[in-house]
Design a protein around this ligand. Structure first.
Ligand code: FEO
Length: 169
């Protein structure tokens, strides 16, 4: 049975994953206003994926008879000044998530909750991929600078990011 600090941190992580959904949705909304359809598609897809991450934790807590706590989801930033600002925020958020997952894994080892540790291995791999994806797009945006043609080319590229395992920027 899940309880104590591990359960508390899993509930917090579930909430963060739901916040991730909100953050990517805010990004998609901004890209829609710019008519950057590729960025919009990518961030919409990512938003949906974040709900699956949250639900994985939700289902795991139920399976282990842990009390699920559905707490308030903070509102994300909704006023963006540039695509690079959005992707920088996304990248920083993914890095933060990685750190939080690592914190929970560290705790599971301290309290010998190896079942939860193994459950979290999937998230460790997922975070590596998501950080890498956001980082690649961010670096390209930095290279592009104010080149509108470059931005439109990147927009076409990111439209397929995350569609299939072999997709990459
Ligand atoms: Fe659920 Fe983007 O990490």
């Amino acid at each position: 049975m899940l309880k104590g600090k591990v359960l508390e941190m899993l509930n917090e992580q579930m909430n963060r994953e739901f916040f991730s959904w909100y953050l990517y949705l805010s990004a998609a909304t901004y890209f829609n206003t710019l008519d950057l359809e590729g960025f919009e598609q990518w961030t919409r897809r990512q938003a949906t994926e974040e709900t699956t991450h949250a639900m994985k934790i939700y289902n795991y807590m139920l399976e282990r008879n842990g009390e699920v706590v559905l707490s308030k989801i903070p509102a994300p930033t909704q006023k963006w000044n540039s695509p690079i600002e959005v992707i920088e925020a996304v990248y920083q958020h993914e890095c933060e998530l990685t750190g939080r997952i690592n914190d929970i894994v560290r705790l599971t080892r301290e309290v010998s909750d190896y079942t939860t540790e193994v459950f979290l291995h999937w998230f460790i791999t997922e975070q590596r991929e998501e950080e890498a994806m956001a980082s690649r797009v961010l670096q390209k945006l930095k290279m592009i600078g104010n080149d509108m043609g470059g931005l439109l080319m990147l927009d076409a590229q990111v439209a397929t990011v995350g569609q299939a395992p072999e997709s990459a920027t």
